[in-house]
Design a protein around this ligand. Structure first.
Ligand code: MN
Length: 238
């Protein structure tokens, strides 16, 4: 009978809205360039296929409703950027899913911010190096509680387009103000595509990309973000 060499690390978990239950986080996958206008502002061809990168599961920062969470300003950057994103939380998974099956794997949705060390990312892009330190750093994924799918006005089946406003402000100034229906790939299509590359499973979070208007946030600035029908988050960089 083996035991752990030391107590195992705590499992990151996100509250489920309106219950005492926690959603245990397994993996975090993120889509790059899923909104045409953001792809253009990043200098990419809007017809490029979206692609994936990941963050560690312990990157999540829980932002309780009605409260201001704190996020430490990360080390090794002087150009931290915000990217507000719809997050799909999965309660099942599999490989080679159809868009219908992909959407069927969704347990609920949350508002997330894909914090990005843009200066590092630009350097890595120029050198053809991996993005991990630019995207997958400590506490780089502030997230709202998860709202159960049935309580969200988002697609309930198939390749339906999600509809609703997605926005982010810094210090009360509007920075991002987009529409979910401008996503290049639907939620079901995104999950289906991810399942061709990884075996998805319960506990996976999929960040579905950000609309245009990404930009810098400085220490001591507060970020508020929301998605119509899904929720809002508020946090301050310290
Ligand atoms: Mn992103």
């Amino acid at each position: 009978m083996s035991s752990f060499a030391f107590p195992p690390p705590a499992r990151p978990a996100v509250p489920v809205e309106g219950t005492s239950a926690l959603f245990p986080v397994r993996r975090i996958l993120c889509v790059g360039r899923n909104y045409a206008a953001h792809a253009r502002e990043m200098g990419a061809d809007e017809r490029d296929l979206p692609f994936f990168f990941s963050k560690p599961s312990d990157a999540v920062v829980i932002c309780p409703p009605g409260q201001c969470a704190t996020v430490p300003y990360p080390s090794a950057t002087s150009d931290l950027h915000h990217e507000v994103e719809l997050v799909a939380a999965l309660s099942s998974g599999g490989s080679n899913l159809t868009p219908e099956q992909g959407l069927g794997a969704v347990y609920g949705y949350a508002v997330g911010v894909d914090l990005t060390r843009r200066d590092l990312q630009n350097g890595f892009k120029a050198k053809g190096q991996p993005w991990d330190a630019a995207k997958g750093f400590d506490l780089s994924a502030p997230i709202s509680p998860i709202r159960r799918k049935a309580n969200c006005p988002l697609p309930q089946d198939g390749t339906d387009t999600a509809r609703g406003r997605i926005w982010l402000s810094v210090e009360g100034q509007a920075r991002q103000d987009g529409r979910l229906e401008d996503m290049i790939w639907s939620i079901g299509e995104t999950i289906a595509q991810a399942s061709r590359l990884w075996t998805l499973a319960a506990g996976d979070l999929i960040f579905t990309g950000t609309p245009e208007g990404v930009g810098p946030i400085k220490a001591n600035e507060s970020v508020k973000a929301g998605i119509e029908g899904v929720g809002e988050i508020l946090f301050k960089l310290l």
